[in-house]
Design a protein around this ligand. Structure first.
Ligand SMILES: NC(=O)c1ccc[n+]([C@@H]2O[C@H](COP(=O)([O-])OP(=O)(O)OC[C@H]3O[C@@H](n4cnc5c(N)ncnc54)[C@H](OP(=O)(O)O)[C@@H]3O)[C@@H](O)[C@H]2O)c1
Length: 288
């Protein structure tokens, strides 16, 4: 197995799967992106989606709302998109402003158009192994596992973080009775005690906490597979601004069995997964 688990070839493979889907008798997939206010990270993410979608002939409709938008107004927007037959997928860019009730918004998206997997119906289906839309970052981790042939069966997977968008769905996927599942899963969070003892026992360690270089080499066992979901902007006196993960790549590289880099790892697969979900939604909605 490769030592560095790059995301690019994985994204390329997912894109090829999309091309195959698009070559069939499928209507042109079309998604709506709801954006509220100006957040640099979510703008970067949107531009990435629009660029990749454009290359594939996929339509992306941007709905920009003012920072002052109310929950009720957003719910109405989603209601209209839910019944619009020309829209196959809906995503909401986060973070949402404080006045918005995120729970109501997630609940409102039609589960069949919920290509980001945030509706509780999709999350519930995931945990009982039913067909559903899986949150894209969690799916990206699993796609990397599959692509590089990482054995998960019977392995101890330790996940740092318990967010509903990444860590919890990922735990559900590792528990499924599939070729990328059947693992024993431990979830850790900010109140977990004796964290290094737990991480040192991990065959596969996933970090999704948003703390730059948190995992040091002393926290992993030799040969561990390290998967880094974190994306943290840091300031370096010499190098200026740069992005690093939650795992200290350079300290862990020689000790790990394999490690995903940041940038260039899991984050590079996420957009392709989103567009694949959109194609699946378009096919399903047209009964194919
Ligand atoms: N690669 C991608 O495509 C992608 C997508 C989404 C997010 N991300 C990145 O992934 C990271 C996590 O994001 P998220 O939205 O999943 O999580 P989040 O909502 O930011 O929550 C962070 C989680 O980390 C836990 N945590 C914080 N400090 C900890 C510590 N010292 N030890 C153990 N656990 C700790 C928190 O525990 P408590 O629950 O106890 O507070 C919480 O569950 C961020 O860097 C984000 O930018 C990347």
């Amino acid at each position: 197995m490769e030592k560095v688990l790059y995301g690019k070839p994985v994204a390329h493979l997912v894109t090829e799967q999309i091309r195959v889907m698009l070559s069939g008798a499928i209507p042109i997939p079309s998604m709506a992106v709801i954006k509220v206010g100006h957040d640099p990270a979510s703008e970067y993410y949107f531009n990435n989606i629009a660029r990749q979608a454009g290359k594939l002939g996929i339509q992306v409709k941007l709905l920009e709302n003012f920072q002052t938008v109310t929950t009720r107004e957003l719910l109405l927007t989603i209601e209209q998109l839910n019944i619009d037959p020309a829209i196959h997928g809906i995503i909401i860019q986060k973070p949402l402003p404080g006045q918005i009730d995120e729970e109501l918004i997630s609940n409102k998206i039609d589960p069949n158009k919920d290509i980001d997997g945030i509706n509780p119906i999709n999350l519930g289906r995931l945990f009982i192994s039913q067909k559903c839309f899986v949150p894209c970052t969690a799916a990206a981790v699993i796609e990397i596992i599959r692509y590089y042939g990482i054995e998960t069966r019977g392995k101890h997977v330790v996940i740092l973080g318990r967010s509903p968008v990444v860590a919890k769905p990922l735990a559900g996927l590792f528990l499924q009775k599939t070729e990328t599942g059947n693992a024993t899963v431990t979830i850790c969070h900010s109140l977990t005690q004796n964290l290094p003892i737990i991480t040192q026992n991990a065959d596969i360690l996933v970090a999704a906490i948003g703390k730059a270089n948190f995992v040091q080499s002393g926290m992993i066992r030799p040969g561990a597979i390290c998967l880094d979901v974190g994306i943290n902007l840091i300031q370096d006196l010499n190098a200026g601004e740069s992005y690093v993960g939650d795992i200290d790549y350079f300290s862990c590289l020689s000790k790990a069995g394999a490690i995903s880099p940041v940038p260039g790892g899991i984050g590079s697969v996420t957009t392709s997964i989103l567009l694949r979900n959109l194609c699946v939604a378009a096919l399903d909605q047209h009964g194919q």
